[in-house]
Design a protein around this ligand. Structure first.
Ligand SMILES: Cc1ncc(COP(=O)(O)O)c(C=O)c1O
Length: 405
């Protein structure tokens, strides 16, 4: 370990930052703040400074921090069984799979596969798409420009951001990225398409809603041509947009959804859920994971989903999201071009490319938000967010905007 001697007053801070730089690959930028603990919608750094968390680990901490239901579920399961191999079943994994089939509407015809992250859930979906070969002619997979599906090689091949893919070429073959327009969709679709991957709202692109009618047309065309409609609900799922899954607000039933982030409130887990005939594509031995579906992660997820249901947090996301949206609009700032997204996945479009500056000033003021690109601020607070936190957010955020107007 290297330590850096620095002028008095900042020794400790310099020390952890230089340790970070010395220990981690440069793929991770050195953070500005080191966090120590959290409670509800707040976190505290190592110097005792409090931050209002309106990002929730990027749409992950659905129940906020240190929620007693999640703490208790993890502790209880850790004392029983943390891990067994896939040669054995456990009650938590069964209970979670059954709950996912119920809340997704996949029901008796649906099936679940457990992974450990969003990218891994999309890897499983990619393999599902490959299995939808038809008589061998379905060789193409369609995904959208500016989409994000993860950073492992299959998920990266699906991701519509050339800057992320470039250094890692060649990509896994067969993926084509199309514009997010009905025209591009109609032009690209054919009998040689195995699957179309879509985020119902593009989170990493700055919380961009799909054009009106896009998802419905995507369903019609994929059905017509025998292609799978795979919805990446990793950021939009688990109540965040005001329904368990964002697709439930459209007149559409997909062939598969991928889920991660909020499902276990921060314990790593991902899932692929199939609907109908797509459930029969995988055969024994074609996919698996050592950790996938382990009792610790599935017990945590089942507890989180149970609490979301018990506390009515899916419905609350609609109300709280509308409150936050109204608060931002009421700021009437010349820096705000518009508010996007659904429920508690909110994108604030800016009139100037100053998102990084806004995010840095918010952090300084004790508010965590995020800048997915130059001209967007993303908000994804815990689903438990209440009146007091929304009032605090409004005061802090409007002060930051005023300081930059
Ligand atoms: C829509 C979407 N898909 C996939 C991923 C990748 O998930 P993970 O980081 O858990 O691999 C993300 C993460 O931001 C995401 O937002």
């Amino acid at each position: 370990m290297t330590t850096t001697q620095t002028p008095a007053g900042h020794d400790e801070r310099r020390d952890w930052q230089s340790r970070f730089g010395d220990a981690f690959m440069r793929s991770l930028a050195t953070p500005k703040v080191m966090l120590e603990r959290g409670e509800g919608c707040a976190v505290w750094d190592v110097d005792g400074k409090r931050y209002l968390d309106f990002l929730a680990g990027i749409a992950v901490n659905a129940l906020g921090h240190a929620h007693p239901v999640l703490v208790e579920a993890i502790a209880r399961q850790a004392g029983a069984l943390v891990h067994v191999s896939n040669y054995f079943a456990t009650e938590p994994q069964l209970a979670l799979a059954e709950r996912l089939l119920r809340i997704s509407g996949a029901g008796d015809q649906g099936r679940v596969y457990f992974a450990n992250s969003g990218a891994e859930a999309n890897e499983a979906a990619f393999k599902l798409a490959r299995l939808n070969r038809g008589d061998g002619r379905r060789t193409r997979i369609l995904a959208l420009q500016n989409s994000f599906h993860g950073r492992t090689m299959g998920a990266l091949a699906l991701t519509g951001k050339p800057a992320l893919r470039g250094p890692f070429e060649p990509m896994v073959a067969g993926v084509e990225h199309i514009d997010t327009t009905l025209e591009a969709l109609e032009a690209a679709m054919g009998d040689d398409v195995a699957a179309l991957f879509v985020e119902p709202i593009k989170g990493e692109a700055g919380v961009l809603d799909l054009p009106v009618g896009f998802l419905e047309r995507a369903r019609e065309l994929t059905r017509e041509h025998g292609a799978l409609l795979v919805l990446d609900e990793i950021q939009t799922g688990i109540g965040r947009t005001g329904s368990w899954f964002a697709f439930q607000q459209f007149d559409v039933v997909p062939d598969a959804i991928t889920v991660a982030k909020g499902i276990a409130g921060g314990v790593p887990i991902g899932a692929l859920v199939t609907f109908g005939a797509a459930s029969d594509l995988f055969e024994a031995g074609q996919h698996g994971s050592t950790f996938g579906g382990n009792p610790l992660a599935t017990a945590a997820a089942d507890a989180v989903l149970g609490e979301i249901e018990r506390a009515g947090l899916v419905e609350a996301a609609v109300v709280r999201g509308a409150q936050i949206r109204a608060a931002v609009e009421a700021m009437d700032s010349p820096l705000v071009a518009g508010v996007r997204g659904q429920g508690l996945l909110i994108g604030i479009g800016l009139t100037q490319p100053i998102a990084a500056e806004i995010s840095a000033r918010c952090l300084e003021a004790g508010l965590i938000v995020n800048a997915p690109n130059d001209s967007s601020i993303r908000l994804a607070p815990p689903l438990i967010v209440g009146d007091a936190e929304i009032a605090e957010f409004s005061a802090l955020f409007s002060r930051v905007l005023k300081g930059l107007e």
